[in-house]
Design a protein. Structure first.
Length: 403
């Protein structure tokens, strides 16, 4: 067994035993492998409904999978409660919730491609369905969230094209398809695509960084659902079951964990280009008019001076920090509050001293980071062209003066 899944402490486990006497009940537990059954104290014993109830403390090492199998197969013993199983079950629930959340996120990511057929899937397979068709993206997110973990494989296995073909049976759907087509060839191509078998998983697979056939993840996924249900219903969880959950979760997440997306890389490239362009622009300004450039540097220094002064006052003398952990924590909390206050002061100072601040924030809010940066780059390139012309004019004047 994987050592990282081992839990080092004693756990309470309570049994119901069908026996004539307390001693007989304890002996029966010892026969099944419970070493310390005869150490139960008076407060650990009870007799209800002709059953002896015995509470025992055992370590994980004393509760091997073979002992659990003996207990579960015994017809005269039942496990009423088991702290070790509960602890393992909680681990399984945490592992499977990661997979469940990621699969639902993937369904949201491909929503534009499955939206037209998703309500049919919801009405057919979603147990807790309100029957109301979502009117916006966030309502669709909620609708996808309402699928249980056990229902997700059914969703992934649904043939989207089959649902679309069934819809073609209605004249209204056919008319809509015709109206959306550019010409007859486009209509023929759309119909051919509809008759191609395409599952929801195939659409998800197209956005994964590590695509895989559904069959390659389905077995591990279904095993996780089985283990999750056992954990959720407080069934006995053996060490083998916990190890299987860890292994299968890693296998599934290896493929579904990362989505292909150009958003972050494109934004990072744009920001790097913007930084390079602004640096080049600053150098050009310095060469063109050094006095104006120095004045700009002076203004920016004054702008950031309040935060520099505030930080130097707020950072505590490390040699005088209280060694008491509680006091140190309180001092750290106070420092965080000071830094938050400093940040607020900085933003206030920027807003007061840069008239265009609100304009730029409005631009980011309405256009988004990517488009706003591209627009800024276009402006910067325009400025660079003007600077080049100015440089050309200045050098022409110098040559004329030298003559």
């Amino acid at each position: 067994m994987n050592q990282e899944n081992r839990i080092c402490k004693d756990f309470a486990i309570e049994f119901a035993v069908e026996a004539k006497t307390e001693i007989e009940a304890m002996d029966r537990l010892k026969e099944l492998g419970i070493k310390h059954a005869d150490t139960a104290k008076l407060e650990d014993l009870d007799h209800q409904a002709d059953l002896y109830m015995i509470n025992i403390l055992s370590s994980e090492a004393d509760l091997s999978d073979s002992i659990y199998n003996n207990l579960l197969s015994a017809r005269d013993v039942f496990i009423l409660s088991d702290e070790l199983s509960s602890a393992r079950g909680e681990k399984i629930l945490r592992l499977t919730s990661v997979v469940e959340r990621q699969l639902k996120k993937l369904l949201i990511c491909v929503l534009p491609e499955i939206e037209k057929v998703l309500m049919d899937i919801v009405n057919t397979h979603q147990k807790h369905n309100t029957k109301l068709t979502p009117t916006g993206r966030i309502e669709w997110c909620q609708k996808i969230h309402d699928f249980s973990f056990g229902e997700i494989p059914i969703v992934l296995e649904n043939d989207v094209s089959k649902i679309a073909r069934n819809k073609l049976g209605s004249g209204e759907a056919m008319l809509l398809l015709i109206s959306e087509s550019k010409d007859f060839d486009d209509l023929k191509l759309r119909i051919e695509k509809i008759f191609e078998s395409k599952k929801v998983w195939d659409i998800i697979n197209s956005i994964l960084k590590k695509p895989a056939q559904y069959e390659y993840v389905s077995r591990a996924l279904n095993k996780l659902i089985e283990l999750r249900n056992n954990a959720a219903h407080q069934n006995t969880i053996t060490r083998k079951m916990l190890d299987e959950a860890v292994k299968n979760q890693k296998h599934v997440m290896l493929y579904i964990g990362e989505i292909k997306s150009s958003y972050r890389t494109d934004l990072a490239k744009s920001m790097a280009k913007a930084s390079e362009t602004l640096r080049s622009l600053a150098e050009s300004m310095m060469k063109l008019n050094n006095d104006a450039y120095q004045e700009y540097i002076k203004t920016m220094t004054l702008l950031y001076q309040p935060i520099i002064d505030s930080i130097s006052k707020s950072v505590p003398d490390m040699s005088k920090l209280n060694s008491n952990p509680v006091s140190s924590a309180l001092e750290g909390l106070a420092l965080n509050k000071n830094l938050a206050s400093i940040n607020n002061e900085l933003m206030k100072n920027i807003q007061q001293n840069i008239p265009e601040y609100d304009k730029y924030i409005s631009m980011f809010r309405s256009n988004g980071f990517q488009r706003a940066i591209v627009n800024s780059l276009l402006e910067a390139e325009g400025l660079q062209e003007k600077i080049k012309k100015l440089k050309g004019g200045n050098s022409h004047k110098k040559r004329k003066g030298q003559k």
